[in-house]
Design a protein around this ligand. Structure first.
Ligand SMILES: Cc1cc2nc3c(=O)[nH]c(=O)nc-3n(C[C@H](O)[C@H](O)[C@H](O)COP(=O)(O)OP(=O)(O)OC[C@H]3O[C@@H](n4cnc5c(N)ncnc54)[C@H](O)[C@@H]3O)c2cc1C
Ligand code: FES
Ligand code: FES
Length: 498
């Protein structure tokens, strides 16, 4: 990491250098941009729900040195991007001679000609999310007419003939155009040309993370170079708020006006960003974003692969981390049920060293865990081999981009028609995520039959202590637990009879 602790923090916006001072340490990228006159970036909700604030950030790439990643500018403090490079909707159009009209970017052009914009409030956000997908290297292969791959192979309701994955727009809302013209625009974009500056930029590495100390009015934002330095700081400042992707913390700042005297960023620490596959486990760094994990695992852990598309939107997954999801200790976080079913453990680190805690022993009460002050989640370990029959059922009011009312993850090993092992993780039915131990016992050693499943579903309905709230009634939550097991059974027997 470069060190900026002796110089004022700055970022590059649309190719121009911009000092961050005098913004406050909690000032969001959105407010910073608008203050500079870049008012294309809009505020709709200020809580990550609408995508009107989407901008592109140059991040370490999965298939190329740099990926252009779309993020919610309303959630990220601008100082968290010290030394980084962003592009807004204004920066997508190409300016020619002074006074000449800028040439629209291909995604802007398609949105305009296909009627993808009416009032236009959501349009800059859509355009940025669409541009991130436009530049995704493995999409471009399908969009390039000279490519050997047959585009028809990949086309379905959510993927265009140009490889465009509509989930890229799952975090963007439009109130007046209707989504069909926007989808038409997305499915019409081609591959970037050779002289496209943002496509060429992907061939160079992104800016390295920069160590930052930014203090104003006794409030500080700090990013250290290494895990060891960060852990020493957390020992000195046990009151510090740790942030990674800021998708939870950003909502606290914007909606609940929370402020911290000291915020410590961990999202770029190399020690928290490794993904290792060993012979007996997969270790996933706590600060990898969910998008990075999804793309780098590429289906290797099928239960996680089933979870990712159901977790928030692509915009949120581009910033959200596993460490943040476990760090909140929320009983309705989506990764704990899955990780419980996978029998994962959490690697905790403090200035004295590391310890590994099974996730089943990690949560101790409502938003409480065994994690001590000054301790960080460094990684999550998933043991191998994996169970062969798995499923994740998220019951929520909307199919995508919603918080669970209840979530159930199954990992079963069924051999010769008998359930050898059963692991079931539940969210939304108790003060903490829990294992459904009684239902697991009702399955283990039994034939995988309608009768066993009916009995175990009955047991599963009685697990936890679900509550009535605005999302769902307790009775509904219990009913959904049993239904989930019946659904899994129906799926496995359908697969056999097909
Ligand atoms: C619009 C929207 C939709 C969402 N949808 C979902 C959803 O579908 N499912 C779901 O589960 N969640 C959802 N969330 C919540 C949020 O995105 C997740 O909890 C996410 O995983 C948080 O990760 P983060 O890196 O952004 O955390 P941050 O906001 O950076 O941090 C969250 C908390 O975790 C702690 N923390 C972060 N990293 C570490 C670490 N390495 N060690 C110890 N503590 C750490 C921080 O101190 C902080 O208290 C949603 C949020 C929004 C705004
Ligand atoms: S303003 Fe709605 S997601 Fe940022
Ligand atoms: S064009 Fe009006 S909100 Fe989308």
């Amino acid at each position: 990491m470069a060190n900026s602790t002796n110089r004022p923090p700055r970022i590059t916006v649309n190719g121009e250098d911009a000092p961050i001072s005098p913004a406050a340490p909690h000032t969001t990228v959105l407010d910073f941009l608008r203050e500079r006159g870049l008012t294309g970036t809009k505020e709709g909700c200020a809580e990550g729900e609408c995508g009107a604030c989407s901008v592109l950030v140059a991040r370490p790439g999965v298939n190329k040195p740099t990926d252009w990643v779309a993020v919610n500018a309303c959630l990220v403090p601008v100082v968290a991007l010290d030394g980084q490079e962003i592009v807004t909707s204004e920066g997508l159009a190409t300016t020619g001679e002074p006074g000449a009209r800028p040439a629209l970017h291909p995604v802007q052009e398609e949105m305009a000609v296909r009627g993808g914009s009416q009032c236009g409030y959501c349009t800059p956000g859509f355009v940025c999310s669409m541009a991130a997908e436009y530049y995704r290297p493995d999409r471009c292969a399908h969009a390039d007419p000279s490519s050997a791959s047959d585009p028809a192979e990949h086309v379905d309701a959510e993927h265009g003939p140009n490889g465009f994955d509509l989930h890229a727009l799952s975090g963007n809302l439009c109130r007046c155009t209707g989504y069909r013209p926007i989808r038409d625009a997305a499915f019409a974009v081609g591959a970037p040309t050779d002289d496209d500056p943002l496509a060429r930029r992907r061939e160079q590495v992104p800016p390295a993370p920069v160590a930052t100390v930014y203090t104003q009015d006794d409030r500080a934002f700090v990013r250290k170079d290494t895990l060891a330095e960060t852990l020493r700081l957390l020992r000195e400042r046990p009151d510090a708020i740790v942030v990674a992707g800021s998708t939870d913390w950003g909502v606290e700042v914007n909606i609940r006006s929370r402020r911290a005297d000291c915020v410590v960023a961990v999202d770029r620490l190399p020690e928290l960003r490794e993904l290792r596959v060993a012979s007996d486990h997969v270790e996933v760094g706590a600060a990898l974003t969910l998008t990075e994990i999804e793309r780098r695992l590429d289906g290797r852990v099928p239960l996680l692969a089933e979870l990712f598309p159901q977790f928030a939107s692509r915009l949120i997954r581009n910033s959200a981390t596993l460490g943040g999801n476990l760090g909140t200790g929320s009983p309705i976080g989506d990764t704990p049920p899955v990780l419980l079913a996978l029998e994962a453990s959490v690697v905790l680190a403090d200035a004295d060293g590391e310890r590994e805690v099974p996730l089943a022993e990690y949560f101790t009460g409502y938003r409480q865990s065994v994690r001590r002050p000054g301790e960080l989640i460094r990684a999550v370990r998933v043991p191998l081999p994996l169970a062969r029959t798995t499923a994740f059922h998220k019951i929520a009011k909307r199919r995508f981009d919603d918080i669970s009312s209840v979530a159930v993850a199954f990992a079963l090993d069924i051999e010769d028609g008998t359930v050898r092992t059963a692991r079931i993780g539940l969210g939304g039915v108790a003060a903490t995520p829990i294992r459904a131990l009684a239902a697991e016992a009702a399955l283990e050693g039994e034939p995988w039959s309608a009768e066993t499943v009916e009995n175990a579903a009955q047991v599963l309905r009685a697990q936890g202590t679900p509550m009535d709230d605005h999302r769902a009634s307790a009775a509904y939550r219990s009913a959904m637990l049993g239904q989930s097991l019946l659904k899994l059974y129906a799926k496995t027997t359908e697969a056999v009879s097909a």
